[in-house]
Design a protein around this ligand. Sequence first.
Ligand SMILES: [Mg+2]
Length: 346
Amino acid sequence: MTPLSHNQELQLDYRLYRRRFRKPLVTAYGEWVEREGVVIRLQTSDGRVGYGEVAPIPWFDPNGKGLLEGSTLVEQLGLNEFGSTIQPTCLRQIKLPTLHWGMECAITQLVDPTLPGVRVPVAGLLPAGEDALETLSQQLALGRRAYKWKIGVLPCKQEIELANQLVPKLPKGVRLRLDANGSLTDDDYKAWLSWCMAHREVVDYLEQPLAVGREQEMMDRADGMDVPIALDESVVGVESLIEVARHCPDAVLIVKPSLLGSRAQYLRWRTGHPRQRVVYSTSFETVIGLKAVWELAALDWPPLAPAGLDASSALEDDGLCPMRIGWELSNADWPNGLEHEVWEHL
Ligand SMILES: [Mg+2]
């Protein structure tokens, strides 16, 4: 650990990247074709380097606007206004959660680049619709213990029929996570709750069945049904996470670290609330952002829930996540020089 002084000058560099999905990622919001993000690099005068990544997800933008027409992500983040050096205290002024996270990760790495010696199990991601059946067959060889499947894309009856075909393919002990991205109607939600109750032994949780703002209703309707409800879109940024956790202590909270904002504030909350069930999830970062997501999951104790860390299989092989992601990720998966290699590739 090498603390930084408040007024220490850090050289700031950043690079924009674009990553294309192999097939557009289909969710209830429509298609996501290309993920745009920024990698930040900070360097001290004695040559220490820290990396961080800014990886917004358009539909998680609390203003609901996504990227403004005609401006680049770098302009939107205001990165060009920072100048070539910053001081660690600049974090206090950063209001955008994704930028705060990326900058704080880079500063944290400068202070302490060591990693926890923990293995984090990895959950798989299945595409929406019928493609899930074939993808599951391919992914089973990786030995993952949980799979997330996007629902709310096809008519409910059709998806329940597909779910009935998925279940017998799951090896014993492997769990299914159903993610509706807030798109179910009241009747669909009822139908999925009944289905989940009937398949309790394979269902890990039903994620964000109804729209943001209906959190209490989602929890109340599942009350007594023994079906865990996860909240994802309802949890954007650490302040909203703390608020949602207070009102919905039984909810599984999906933590997308890249959208959290303050890493330190989250860790303080987590220390005081170890019983709230949380599941960590990638926002399809490069290996630089993925490592930071992994580290947050690894800092949790015990890190039992498989985390959504498969940041590469849905994206084209672009060299920005050059690692094999199997059924778990440990500190040995982040060799020295990996981040530098990806930075040079940007
Ligand atoms: Mg989700």
